[in-house]
Design a protein around this ligand. Structure first.
Ligand code: IPE
Ligand code: IPE
Ligand code: MG
Ligand code: MG
Length: 342
C-alpha cells in the first residue's frame, strides 16, 4: 500500500519541503527521479522583475503539494525516456494549471490554510492572490508554447474552462440543501476530474500510445479524479487539520452540500441543524461544530467511502485494456487515494 505523508510541523520547522513532497507516494525510483527533474524546473519558473510576484509565486510553488498530476503524466507515458523533455513540460503545465486554480479557489473559498501554511489570500490579501493565480496561468501558456502541440493546447483550454464552469456551478449551488447527487457529480467532474483526466491523456499521447489506450487513460484519470474529490470532501468533515494542512469544515461553512453532507441529510437523523448551517441561517461556531458532528456520527461517511470504492473499481477496469510497466503502481494508486489523510 502506498503511503501519503505530511510533516505536521509544517514547512517552517527546518524540514526539506522538496524531499518531503516527493516522498508523498511510494512511486518507483525512476518515476521519483523524473518528478524531481520537474520539481527543479519549477524553481526556474519562479522569476519575475517584481519582487513581490517572485516572493508570492515562490511561496506557493515551494509548498509541499503531492504532485499527483505530474506523476500521472509520467505513468501514463510509461515514463518513456525518449519523450522525457516533453513529459517534463507537460508535467509542469498540468501542475501549474492546478496551482493557479488552487490559488483562485482559496480566494473564492476565503480559505485560511493550504498545505499547512497560510493561503496567499490570507497572507497577502485577495488582490495579490488574484494576480498570482493569473501569473501562473500565464506560465501555463509559456510551457504550452514550448511544447508546441495543438492537441495539448486544446486539452488545457478545455480543462481551464471546465474548472471555471465547475467552480461557478458550485457557487450557484451554495446554500441549497436540495442539490442532487447528480448535480454534485457534475460539479466534481468539471472542477476536479477533468484535470486528472487531461494529465493522463496528455501523458498517454506523448508516450505514443494508441487511440484506444489514450481514451482508456483519460477514463482512468476521470474516475481517479472523482474518487479524489469525494475523498477530499470526506476529509473536509473527518480529517485532522494538522495532517490535512487545510481548514476542516470549510464546505459546510460555505454552504456546500458535498456527498457526505447529502448522505447525512437522508440518513433518517434530524437534518435541521445541518440545513440551518447550509442555508447560512446560523454561522455560530458551535452550530457548525454540531452539524459536523451529526454528519460524522451518521452513516454518511461510510456510504461516501463505499461510493468512492465503486468509482475506484471503475478506474481499475479502465486499466484492464492497457499495456503498462506501471500497472501495479496505477492500481495501488487507486487504493491509496481512498486511505489518504491529506
Ligand atoms: C486539492 O488538490 C484540490 C482538489 C482537487 C481537491 P491536491 O490535494 O492534489 O492538492 P496538493 O497539490 O497536493 O496540495
Ligand atoms: C477543488 O475544490 C479545487 C479546484 C478544483 C480548483 P475544493 O475547494 O474542494 O478544494 P480544497 O478542499 O480547497 O483543496
Ligand atoms: Mg477550496
Ligand atoms: Mg472550492
Amino acid at each position: 500500500m502506498l503511503s501519503c505523508r505530511l510533516d505536521p510541523k509544517g514547512p517552517s520547522s527546518g524540514f526539506d519541503p522538496l524531499r518531503e513532497r516527493l516522498s508523498s507516494f511510494d512511486f518507483p525510483p525512476e518515476i521519483r527521479h523524473n518528478l524531481s527533474l520537474i520539481e527543479q524546473r519549477f524553481q526556474q519558473i519562479v522569476n519575475s522583475k517584481v519582487d513581490l510576484v517572485e516572493e508570492t509565486s515562490g511561496y506557493i510553488l515551494n509548498s509541499p503539494g503531492k504532485r499527483l498530476r505530474p506523476a500521472l503524466v509520467l505513468l501514463a507515458a510509461d515514463n518513456r525516456a525518449e519523450a522525457l523533455e516533453k513529459l517534463i513540460l507537460w508535467g509542469l503545465t498540468v501542475e501549474l494549471t492546478h496551482t493557479a486554480s488552487l490559488v483562485h479557489d482559496d480566494l473564492l473559498d476565503r480559505a485560511p490554510l493550504r498545505r499547512g501554511q497560510p493561503t496567499l489570500n490570507a497572507k497577502w490579501g485577495d488582490e495579490i492572490a488574484l494576480l498570482v493565480g493569473d501569473f501562473f496561468f500565464a506560465k501555463v501558456a509559456s510551457t504550452l508554447a514550448a511544447l508546441d502541440d495543438s492537441r495539448l493546447i486544446s486539452l488545457i483550454a478545455e480543462t481551464i474552462g471546465s474548472v471555471c464552469e465547475g467552480e461557478t456551478f458550485e457557487l450557484i449551488n451554495a446554500h441549497r440543501p436540495d442539490v442532487t447527487v447528480e448535480d454534485y457529480l457534475r460539479r466534481v467532474e468539471l472542477k476536479t476530474a477533468t484535470l486528472l483526466a487531461t494529465s493522463c491523456q496528455g501523458g498517454a499521447i506523448l508516450g505514443q500510445r494508441s487511440e484506444e489506450e489514450v481514451a482508456a487513460f483519460r477514463q482512468y484519470g476521470h474516475y481517479l479524479g472523482l474518487v479524489f474529490q469525494v475523498v477530499d470532501d470526506i476529509l473536509d468533515v473527518t480529517a485532522d487539520e494538522a495532517k490535512l494542512g487545510k481548514a476542516v469544515g470549510t464546505d459546510l461553512r460555505q454552504g456546500l452540500a458535498t456527498l457526505p453532507i447529502l448522505y447525512a441529510l437522508n440518513d433518517g437523523i434530524n437534518p435541521a441543524p445541518i440545513v440551518a448551517v447550509l442555508e447560512a441561517r446560523t454561522q455560530r461556531e458551535e452550530d457548525v461544530l454540531e452539524a459536523l458532528d451529526l454528519v460524522r456520527r451518521s452513516t454518511a461517511i461510510e456510504r461516501a467511502y463505499d461510493y468512492a470504492n465503486e468509482l475506484n473499481a471503475r478506474a481499475r477496469e479502465c486499466l484492464a485494456s492497457i499495456r503498462s510497466s506501471y500497472r501495479d503502481t496505477l492500481e495501488a494508486l487507486t487504493r491509496d487515494l481512498l486511505v489518504r489523510e491529506h
